[in-house]
Ligand binder design. Sequence first.
Ligand code: FNR
Length: 341
Amino acid sequence: MSQRSQRKKDHIDLANKYYLPHPDADFSGINLIRPALPESKISSDSIQTNFFHKIASAPFFIEAMTGGSDESYEINRRLAFCAKKENIAMALGSASILEKEPEQLKSFVIAREINPTGILLANINPLTKPKVADQIVKELQADALQIHLNAVQEAAMTEGDRDFHWLDNILEIQQLVNVPLIIKEVGMGLDPFSVKKLAKLGINYFDVGGMGGTNFVHIENQRTANKDNLFLDDLGLSTVKSLLSNLQEISHVNFIASGGINSSINIFKSLVLGAKYVGIANHFLHLSMQDKNGTALISEIQKLKYQLIILMALFGINKLDDVKKVKYYLSLELTNFLNQI
Ligand code: FNR
């Protein structure tokens, strides 16, 4: 097995081993105010959404995780089966491995084969050659392309990149690729200063990938012999802080919430804050590993949809565009953070 494939396998094994049933991405600091007179009814139509020109049954999706190993092939097959069955979107893990190991393509393409008309997002690192990025999008018939920014993770990896000059290549990819680009973090959060810079250059989608759930410093620490990476542990911005600060500063682009989200109420709170879509990674991975047919994952997706529909009605909301009208107040800590940033 190549070093890259082994890393993909390690990430799956360790993410599953360190799965957090109770992540903390600061959602407890958002207090929703529920109207006693909602004037609404419970309806599954209320959570349908347009996802890159296709209709999804819900605004949450299976976030980018894997590809590039035999184990990834099976996981992507299972995730794609569940995504198709429940008509939700799915992002694949980084396909940048294809630059050096094109024979790994099948572990990504399986998702498109299983779900030929579904909503599928491709994912690459910011140094992927623009031509390769374009080829990946075409081979997967991807509806959008995520580019992950993962400086802390790279620093924590013994074999990680040591040069973080990424912007020029991102702009070259933007020139060449014909689908929307999504800039995302991988669990350490996007700050509003970087987002502002990228938004000025024409990027329209940002996935905050905030801190509070999967933590790649912890994961990489388990892969490193001398385990001395914990000085990087606290360099993240929580999902809620990332969303709040970005939405306060920049209003004309679309935000995706992800990082430490595994409940309907936190999906709902993300939408109330202004997120357009919500990504769930490790929680879905963990469930997908419980049985080969995806039964556990499918029933969780159904549960999340059902609960989200109820929340929509209880807050008097009939369509996703109106969720931002829900009133809320913030904890002192979040207020203090927003005043200072
Ligand atoms: C990831 N994540 C990730 N992100 C990315 O942009 N490209 C990738 O290849 C991967 N690979 C990957 C593997 C595994 C096993 C996990 C669990 C996660 C990061 C992921 O998309 C997400 O940003 C973080 O995991 C935070 O979300 P959760 O896990 O807290 O819901």
